[in-house]
Write a protein that binds this ligand. Structure first.
Ligand code: SF4
Length: 751
């Protein structure tokens, strides 16, 4: 085993690079990019080298925990845990209704099969409301994309003549395959151009041809100014708009009125530079854009997303090589459609099925009869990641029943009545539904990688599929009678199984609600030893093939009707380096865009666009700094690695500060300061860097977690960013938190 390279994927960011690892004594000892990977073709960044800190975290759980009356935990056996958890949720459902039980989870950046099985438990309990970490960043963008295009669109950075990154530093946060080589190629080619809109001089900004270094929080002014120049200098693509878009009148009227010079000043930008960048965008044969948390977690979040998308929509950069395109998506199979649904207490907009994370405490800490009274949290850590951690903890503590499924004793798990330990992402069959698309000169391809375990489950842990199967059984939503004919059919092959499944579901329609665990229990055992957790992928492959048959066939998968889904599943099951699951010529984008035309005007957001004119910077003498809370650095990824030693260079996560500010405060690099916001304060070390603008400071994400030392003594390592944020600072439309724009005061601490 120690000499063998095992194929898997990195789980530290959404692109899930294919990797090969060596394992010795349950440790991941060596990591390299998997050259055969269908998605990443051998690329992996240095962060993957540190995955063993995740796999062998000292705080991993090895038995279910139950809270005692005195507040401490005791270990219990699985049978007791499942019985009591199912009974606890059933009690809340039967007393207050399933809508009173709230689900937060569905997986992180590499473990989406969790969500597929969790769906069965949710339906068995008649749960209605849910959310997850995406509601802290992308819901505004999802909504804008649906209203403008009816589908999600992505850039083709490999081929783009011009790339524009808005509040995004792909050098560190990636977001598309092989980001660093693509950025290097682009920077080295004088015919191509790289634009970064960001207050910070990021690694990507240092490579860029143009860096529009906006003042923190003024992205909407910068984006509106670019659009103003496009319209006022008549640089928009009229032929494209005539052929492919509609509803331009009100939008163009608003953009004609944009005072470009004033908005550039407001954003701290040279008007000449903004005009030069805009003309370059208009001239380019192809432009791809990528917006990210820098503008999504900042003032005007949803408006920012709208303006960013208008830049490519009015310049004709959609549905062609090097530009934005709509491919097939696996996430699209599950995401909720736009609806008028709102949260039960506050009436907050639900987008893509997700309640805004910032309003969750308000939906609990109230005497409203429809409040959430119980929660199931799975593979997420809202007590750490949602704004105002103290209030979130207060909300969790007030619940009648809280159950957490996780690998470690997270900050959220510490508040639970029961904690169910899942095995790690490297101890079970797993996958991501984000897809890992890539583009060629002519096509858009999407990939899917089903990862096999590289280690046996840690003793005492289970894959989530098994946990949910047991919960659904304990709830009585799936019985021996239900599964018996399917076990028999599965033994005869998947074709017979598919026919029998159709028959069983037609006779017992209630089983459709728990389909994923039904597959886990009946089809799962036939997939190979310990491969039950892969069973839900069978249903997903069939649904994907049913929805996109031509795209799947273009990827070289052969078959008609049900055979196509079966062939796709077989390919996924067999290929440890992943499979190209769909291929689309760029023109296919127009079949995915609703009615083949872009909707340019969003009436809900035009008043906000117009109101920028009246917005004035407010002097805040008590809080003169803007803090970006949760910045992605070379030593941070998502927060599934809890051991601070994985950040050897910056274990505590220093506060980055401009030299001018440091001089005025009289602090040096390594000196200590107190960061004070209207919600809280924290002490931290300073690192002086001119990559920050004066008045702008940042703390990294992933710090502030509690972790035991070798003696078992727990320490909080670094600042927990959400000890400093508030839930009320959020986008008026989508509820997205302003984590990247927290008003703060900094005080030096005498050494
Ligand atoms: S952190 Fe992201 S880019 Fe880096 S190896 Fe992991 S998945 Fe790939």
């Amino acid at each position: 085993m120690a000499d063998e390279w095992l194929k898997t994927a990195c789980i530290l960011c959404s692109v899930n690079c294919g990797i090969e690892v060596k394992v010795e004594d349950r440790h991941i000892t060596r990591v390299r990019g998997d050259r055969a990977s269908a998605a990443s073709h051998g690329y992996a960044c240095e962060k993957a080298q540190r995955l063993d800190f995740y796999q062998n975290g000292r705080d991993r759980l090895t038995a279910p925990l139950r809270r005692r009356a005195d507040g401490t935990f005791e270990e219990i056996d699985w049978e007791t845990a499942i019985r009591e958890v199912a009974a606890g949720f059933a009690r809340v459902r039967d007393t207050w209704g399933g809508a009173s039980i709230f689900y937060y989870g569905g997986g992180g950046q590499g473990n989406h099969l969790v969500g597929s099985y969790g769906a069965s438990t949710r339906r068995a309990l008649q749960m209605v409301y849910s959310s997850n970490a995406l509601a802290q960043e992308k819901t505004g963008e999802f909504w804008v994309e649906h209203v403008m295009f009816g589908t999600g669109v992505r850039g083709s950075f490999e081929q783009a003549e011009m790339a524009v990154f808005v509040g995004k530093n792909p050098w560190q946060s990636h977001g598309f395959q092989r980001a660093r080589p693509i950025l290097r190629d682009m920077a080295a080619d004088p015919k191509r151009a790289l634009v970064v809109i960001d207050p910070r001089r990021t690694e990507t900004a240092e490579m860029a041809d143009y860096h529009l270094r906006v003042r923190p929080g003024t992205d909407a002014f910068c984006l509106a100014a670019i659009l103003g120049v496009l319209v006022q200098e008549d640089l928009v693509n009229h032929d494209f708009i005539h052929e492919r878009a509609e509803n331009s009148t009100d939008l163009f009227a608003a953009l004609t009125e944009v005072p470009v010079a004033e908005y550039c000043t407001r954003a701290g930008l040279s008007e000449d530079l903004v005009r030069e960048v805009t003309r370059r965008i208009a001239r380019a044969s192809s432009v791809s854009l990528y917006e990210d948390l820098g503008i999504e977690q900042a003032p005007h979040s949803t408006l920012n997303s709208y303006l960013e998308k208008l830049i490519f929509a009015v310049t004709g950069n959609l549905g062609k090589p090097g530009a934005m395109n709509a491919g097939t998506t696996l996430t699209g199979l599950f995401s909720g459609s736009l609806s008028s649904a709102t949260s039960p207490v506050g009436g907050h907009r639900i987008i893509g099925g997700m309640i805004p994370a910032n309003v969750i405490p308000d939906e609990i800490l109230t005497d409203h009869p429809k409040r959430f009274r119980a929660m199931l949290v799975e593979a997420e850590n809202p007590a750490h990641s949602v704004a105002d951690s103290a209030r979130m903890r207060q909300a969790l503590r007030s619940l009648e029943f809280l159950v957490v499924i996780d690998v470690a004793l997270s900050e959220t798990a510490r508040e639970a009545h029961y904690v169910l330990p899942s095995c790690s992402q490297y101890e079970k069959w797993e996958a991501t539904f984000f897809g890992s698309p890539f583009t060629t000169e002519t096509e858009f391809a999407n990939t899917f990688t089903l990862r096999a375990p590289i280690l046996e489950p840690l003793a005492g842990t289970m894959p989530e599929g098994e946990i949910h199967r047991r919960l659904v059984r304990a709830l009585g939503a799936m019985t021996d009678d239900d599964v018996a004919p399917l076990h028999a059919a599965a033994a005869q092959g998947r074709e017979v199984f598919a026919t029998e499944l159709g028959r069983v579901l037609s006779e017992r329609s209630q089983l459709g609600a728990v389909l994923t665990v039904l597959l886990y229990e009946t089809l799962g055992p036939t997939l190979g030893a310990g491969a039950e957790n892969a069973a839900s992928v069978w249903g997903i492959a069939h649904e994907f093939a049913r929805r996109y048959p031509e795209s799947v066939r273009r990827a070289g998968i052969r078959g008609q009707d049900g055979e196509l889904g079966e062939a796709l599943f077989e390919a996924i099951l067999k290929n440890r380096s992943g499979v190209v699951v769909s291929v689309d010529p760029f023109v296919e984008t127009w079949r995915r865009i609703h009615k083949g035309r872009i909707n340019l005007t969003i009436p809900e957001l035009l008043p906000e666009l117009r109101s920028l004119r009246d917005e004035r910077p407010s002097a805040q003498p008590d809080f003169p700094f803007v803090l970006s809370a949760g910045q992605r650095r070379s030593s941070t990824a998502n927060t599934i690695i809890r051991d601070p030693k994985w950040r050897p260079k910056d274990p505590q996560g220093a506060l980055w500060m401009n030299p001018e500010d440091a001089s005025q405060l009289g602090v040096k690099s390594g000196g200590r300061v107190r960061v004070i916001t209207k919600r809280g304060s924290a002490e931290t070390m300073v690192e002086i860097t001119d990559s920050m603008l004066p008045g702008h400071v940042s703390l990294p994400n992933g710090t502030g977690l509690w972790y035991p030392d070798r003696e078992g003594q727990e320490f909080q390592n670094g600042v927990a960013p959400n000890d400093l944020t508030t839930t009320e600072d959020r986008d008026w439309f989508a509820g997205t938190p302003f984590h990247k724009h927290v008003r703060a005061r900094i005080e030096a601490i005498a050494s």
